[in-house]
Design a protein around this ligand. Structure first.
Ligand code: NAD
Ligand code: DAU
Length: 357
């Protein structure tokens, strides 16, 4: 076994941030298996694409032969599994891809990781880790006065995306319980930061606000999420990989609960400050639109376990993280501009019932 780690979905938002951070700090080789769906963008990794420690394989985590070959050829000491269909609204429009990738794909990875792991010597076997990156959405929705989710909150997924992630978590758990595969599960809250695909609330609002387009807010805008800067999430994953106990799950949250309206208004104000090319506040662009079916009202994620047992806690204050994020989108329009064409426009029209232009 080598020191290489195998990342799945490393060309997406969180995976690419993780690879950039990992190569900069750990200096160890990375293999990135990514299908490059609409959400995957090789440009995210331009900075390291010619680094000898980085190897990219374009392919599907559901492909049995490919996953088998990659494990045999690269002999990784860990698998960090990010690859997923990740957008709730798309899961409502078309759930099938979510079952294929999130459930069947995770099963395929687990099965081949198990076969690979069984052939390792004892020392390598005890060092190997399979880390599955999951979400707080598996816990369902909280009422206003309820305490935050903890690692023991019963699963109660409410949409096809969260149901598919819950199913994959259960599979991972079962591979530890039944076969002793050294698995770890992390359940994280809403991420934001550079390289997030502009279908999600924060980058959608920044890019629409920058272009003077309407800012869709679902329902009454009083749904609440717990927001975490993506670099904090990546650091937490590295911590869990290094020190987490096999078989355990760890919540990763920012202790930073906000309503959607608070987020959208804060973005409007930042864009107003940074781009002086418009008269009047961008808050005037806020438009209440039809609510998401089955919309979860509130997420709040207790992260005491990871702080107490592994010493991790979020470092980036929300105001700073949001400021950095809005600045990044202002300075990288050549990244998100081209994305907002073709397939994205079709999706936008289907989702919002109006054209983007
Ligand atoms: P993303 O949609 O930005 O990226 C997903 C990546 O997976 C893309 O590069 C895509 O090409 C790749 N992919 C999709 N299907 C694939 C397949 N069949 N085979 C190989 N590659 C495939 O997602 P993200 O926001 O970076 O999320 C990464 C992971 O983190 C997901 O598992 C998600 O459930 C989880 N998560 C996300 C958040 C969040 O706020 N974004 C929060 C908690 C957990
Ligand atoms: O909680 C973790 C989850 O966070 C991750 O598992 C998912 O992969 C990730 O997409 C995210 O899910 P959400 O559904 O919470 O994120 P999204 O950015 O799509 O929406 C955030 C909130 O904003 C939610 O209440 C819906 C609302 N919203 C979203 C969009 C895209 C709007 O009001 N208008 C919009 O146009």
């Amino acid at each position: 076994m080598k020191n290489t780690i195998l990342i799945t979905g490393g060309s997406g938002f969180i995976g690419s941030n993780f690879i950039l951070q990992w190569i900069a700090s750990e200096k160890m080789p990375v293999v990135n298996l990514d299908k490059l769906t609409y959400a995957g963008n090789p440009r995210n990794l331009d900075r390291i694409s010619s680094d000898s420690r980085y190897c990219f394989v374009q392919g599907d985590i559901c492909d049995r032969d490919l996953v088998h070959d990659i494990l045999e050829r690269h002999q990784p000491r860990a698998v960090v599994h990010f690859a997923a269909e990740s957008h709730v609204d798309r899961s409502i429009l078309g759930p099938e891809a979510f079952i294929k990738t999130n459930v069947n794909g995770t099963f395929n990875l687990l099965q081949h990781a198990l076969e690979y792991w069984r052939e390792l010597d004892d020392e390598a076997k005890s060092r190997f880790r399979f880390l599955h990156v999951s979400t707080d959405e598996v816990f369902g929705s909280l009422k206003p006065q309820e305490p935050p989710f903890s690692e023991t909150t019963p699963y109660s997924p409410n949409n096809p995306y969260s149901a598919s992630k819950a199913a994959s978590d259960h599979l991972v758990r079962s591979y530890h319980h039944t076969y002793a595969l050294p698995t770890l599960i992390t359940n994280c809250s809403n991420n934001y930061g550079p390289y997030q695909f502009p279908e999600k609330l924060i980058p959608l609002t920044i890019s629409n606000a920058s272009k003077g387009k309407s800012l869709p807010v679902y329902g009454d805008g009083q749904q609440r999420r717990d927001w975490l800067f993506v670099e904090d999430h990546c650091a937490a994953i590295a911590t869990v990989m290094g020190a987490g106990r096999p078989g355990e799950t760890y919540n990763i949250g920012g202790w930073n609960e906000k309503s959607n309206m608070e987020i959208v208004e804060a973005i409007c104000d930042l864009v107003d400050e940074m781009r002086l090319d418009r008269e009047g506040s961008r808050r005037n662009l806020i438009t209440f639109v039809k609510d998401r079916p089955g919309h979860d009202r509130r997420y709040s994620l207790g992260s005491d376990k990871i702080r107490e047992r592994l010493g991790w806690e979020a470092q980036v204050r929300f105001a700073d993280g949001l400021d950095r994020t809005v600045r990044w989108y202002r300075d990288n329009e050549d990244w998100w501009g081209p994305i907002r064409s073709g397939e994205y426009r079709e999706y936008y029209e289907k989702q919002y019932g109006r054209a983007l232009s």
